[in-house]
Structure formats: C-alpha cells, structure tokens
Write a protein that binds this ligand. Sequence first.
Ligand SMILES: Cc1ncc(COP(=O)(O)O)c(C=O)c1O
Length: 385
Amino acid sequence: MDWKVPLFELNYDARESKAVTDVLASGWITMGECIQNFEREFSEFLGHGSLATAVSNGTAALHMAVLALGIGPGDEVIVPSLTFIADVNVVRMAGAVPVLADCAALADWNIDPADVEKKITSRTRAVMIVHYAGYPCKMDEISALCKARGLHLIEDCAHSPGATYKGRHCGTFGVVGCFSFFTNKNLSVGEGGMYVVRDEALHRVGGYLRSHGMSTLTLDRHKGRAVSYDVLQPGLNYRMDEMRAALGLVQLEKLSEANEARRKWTEHYHDGLRDVAGISIPFLDHPDGQPSYHVYPILLDKGIDRLAVIEAMKEKGIQTSIHYPSFKEFTAYRELSRYPTPVADEISRRELTLPLYPTMGFEAVERVVATLRAALKGRKEHSRP
Ligand SMILES: Cc1ncc(COP(=O)(O)O)c(C=O)c1O
C-alpha cells in the first residue's frame, strides 16, 4: 500500500546508518561494547538505581521477568485486559494462570486498581501493568496495593520509554520494567527490548536467563578473560546484537525530542478532533504523569461501523489500526471470557488508532482529522451511546 499517511514512520537519519556501519567495520557484531554502553546509558536515563539488561525483544523481557520471579504452575498473575497478547502469553508459557483486570473507565484505559484488588486470590503472585499508549498508570495506588498484599509488580513499558509519573520514569516502580524497541515503538531498533531491575540478584539472574545460564560470554573468551564456561541455571538465548544496540544508543539520544514531537502532534489532534461528532478521546486528564504519546487512540461512538471507517480512511490513503482486539476472541484464549471486563470489552469493540510518529507534521495531522471527519459524516445518527 502506498499510504499518504502511514500509521508509523521510522525516525531514522544518517546517524543510525553510521552507527550500524561502524559496528560492521569493527568486526564484532554481538554482545560487545555497544550492548554495554546501551545498558549503561539506558540505566542512567531511567535513574533510581536501574540495572538494565538488553534483550532480543520486549516479550523476552516479560518472559524473563516472570521466570526470574519464580512464577510457574499453580500461580496466578493479574494482567491488563487491554494490552498486547505478549503479557498473557508469557504468563501462560511459564505455566501460570493469567487473570484479567478491567480498564479504569472509558476515559482512562489503564488497569483499574480497584478491579486488580478484586481479582487477588491466595494464588496471586504478581500484577502486570501496561502504561497504555504511554499514559502512566496510577502508580501510587498500584504500588501501595502490591506492597500491602505482598505481590510482585511487573511493568510492561513497551509504550512508555521516557514517560514519567510524578517525575519518576515508568519502568522504575515495579520489581521489573520491561521495554520493547520493536520497529513502531518510541525507541526503535527493529527487534529489541530491555529487562530493567534495581535488585542485584534479579539483575544477575536476568543475565543468565538471557544467555543460556552461562557464566561467561563469547566476548570474555575472545578477550582471553575466560577459556570455558559453567552453566549456573537453565537459560535461553534472548541476546541483542551490536547493530541493534548501536541503533538503540542513537535512538535514546533522540528520545526526548521525539516524544516532544509526539506531544505536539497529539495536541494538534486534540484541537482538530474536539468538534468531530461520533468519537471521544481518552486520557485527556493525566495530572500526575508525563506521557510518551506512543499512539493516538480514539473511541468511536456506539453503533458506528468501525470497519467501514477503517475502509473509508484506507481509500484516502490513511492507515489506521486497532489497539487491541479482545483476548477473549482469540482461539487460544476463549477461557479468558470467565473474567468480566466490560470496560475493556467495549473499548476493544470501538477503538481506532490514528497515525502518530515524530516526523509527522501539522499537515499530516490535519489530513487525518479531515478524512476522519468525512468518514464519520452520515454515520452519526445511530452513534450516540
Ligand atoms: C504492550 C506491549 N507489550 C509487549 C510487547 C511485545 O514487545 P516485542 O514485540 O518487542 O516482543 C508489545 C509490542 O508489540 C506491546 O505493545
């Protein structure tokens, strides 16, 4: 498709190309200095004693979090009902049971602390949250609840690099913060992620889980620091390579400016969409958080045919998406229907994601707004909730 406004566009320039070319010229392409620098700089960026381990993707970071905390058969993990399927998958892959908690409201799509509390049982070991679209969750309430009930808090920060809550970075509240650097993310390397902890022991375990449980790396042997290795615990291969770490270092430098551009386009959307009938906009009120504006989600009024809107936008060259379909409709997860999550179910039926990326520009935002306005015209008679 030749989109006039794609959902996402890479924020890359000659700096990313040079970073990768330099790695190739160095002759060392996996787990070397770029990884170490990326981990150190990402830890410093987050602050609060963060210890970051670069991994192959965000799902790997989430999987490592669950494994590092010893979660397995017989355990339950409370997960958001409106997020990417990776959150549920990693819990199930560890042999534990994912329990869905609902969104707070149609205006605040993050996990509802009151519903989390209702879902706690004697088997609950952890609560996983996602800062949806980069809007920080209610961290005071969630952290206090986890502390009071002795539960691990895992933060899925796939949408929230650079987002803060009361001045503190998302990813530093939980026992583990899990970042994704997938292509369309705020910090983009293609495939990549970060497992972030503050506890030394969990940091060590993360290093083993990432690389087969081995006591030394190929780099250690190359540098003559080790001859062989021991295997200290079962592990996986969730390593990141040097090219991606080099991209990550450049993208980290650009992150604040890129998030600021996302904020500007988001506010331009807000202005343009204010008088468009047939939609509402979530997260207009987030007094305690500085979001990272990962995507621009809207809620279509009840009765509007979402597929027809998507089609009308597509005809005019505007790409849209859905964040997220309900888990309950996935073949592998029909059993999740046993958890009542009426708010999330409603959002899943009516959500539409509009294009948002740092290089977007005012004109592209205006084009999307005008196209959406036209696409919704005549559809609004049956549309009010
Ligand atoms: C909320 C959320 N969690 C987890 C992931 C998984 O990250 P990755 O694709 O890097 O494995 C994603 C990425 O798509 C995501 O959006």
